[in-house]
Design a protein around this ligand. Structure first.
Ligand code: HEC
Length: 126
């Protein structure tokens, strides 16, 4: 009886794990081909980047004890993690980086693309 229950749990478990994996794959590849409607040519640090980071990142990455020692919240600090690749690596879920925002839904493909545009433009303080 115990063995049967164990097997049942094992099967249910692997089905659940597989469906999670499928969802993730969909997020990773399915979405990326969709047109990025809200991508504009000029990404403003103050009007686009800051509101997004304020909503999803600053709560953990400002103050005297910022999470992971990563300080954000001013132009200089945000530019620094843009320059060293950590901002893009973390929001893009790139291998070797901790996925951010921690404990929240992943940024959309468009949001990641827009942040990347700002980084690629040299992180202007505009
Ligand atoms: C709920 C708290 C929380 C939020 C929100 C959060 N972080 Fe983090 N972050 C952490 C913690 C804790 C660490 C250190 C441990 C780790 O790497 O998971 C960290 C680490 C990092 C690192 C270093 C990762 C590395 O691989 O070197 C970066 C960069 C970072 N966060 C950027 C961000 C950005 C950008 C956002 C918003 C999109 C964000 N974080 C939102 C808690 C948070």
């Amino acid at each position: 009886m115990k063995t049967k229950l164990f097997l049942l749990l094992l099967i249910t478990g692997s089905i659940l794990i597989n469906s999670c994996y499928y969802d993730k794959e969909d997020l990773l590849y399915g979405n990326s081909k969709a047109p990025c409607a809200d991508t504009t040519s000029n990404i403003s640090y103050n009007q686009y980047v800051v509101p997004l980071l304020r909503q999803y990142c600053y709560s953990c990455h400002t103050g005297s004890f910022p999470s992971g020692g990563i300080v954000m919240g001013s132009y200089a600090t945000d530019k620094a993690i843009g320059q060293n690749g950590k901002l893009y690596g973390s929001i893009n879920y790139s291998p070797g980086y901790s996925p951010m925002p921690k404990g929240m839904a992943r940024f959309t493909t468009c949001q990641v693309a827009n942040i990347k545009k700002w980084i690629d433009a040299g992180m202007p303080n505009n």
